[in-house]
Write a protein of this length. Sequence first.
Length: 114
Amino acid sequence: QVQLVESGGGLVQAGGSLRLSCAASGSTFSISNIGWHRQGLGKQREFVASIGTTGDTTNYADSVKGRFTISRDNAKRTVYLQMNTLKPEDTAVYYCRDYYSGSWGQGTQVTVSS
């Protein structure tokens, strides 16, 4: 069973930065592609970014390309999402997902004020 715990969310002004972390337990982390998704109030959950097992392969939603960077540290079993130049429309609960097991974390709230 894989458990994911997100952290690092908070309130930030537009143009600011935050770094989210997703800490994983379980033996399959190193063979799992991991992704970040987000869900704004009243909206469907949407894909933000994903990273392959070695960190060499990354994918981003068009809305965050050039502003967000996903990375991972397999030794620490942690995936990061560095978010720069934040916009009010980035406000959402951010979730990480282990695509191998299908597990989701509990989410962390990001609020960007204008």
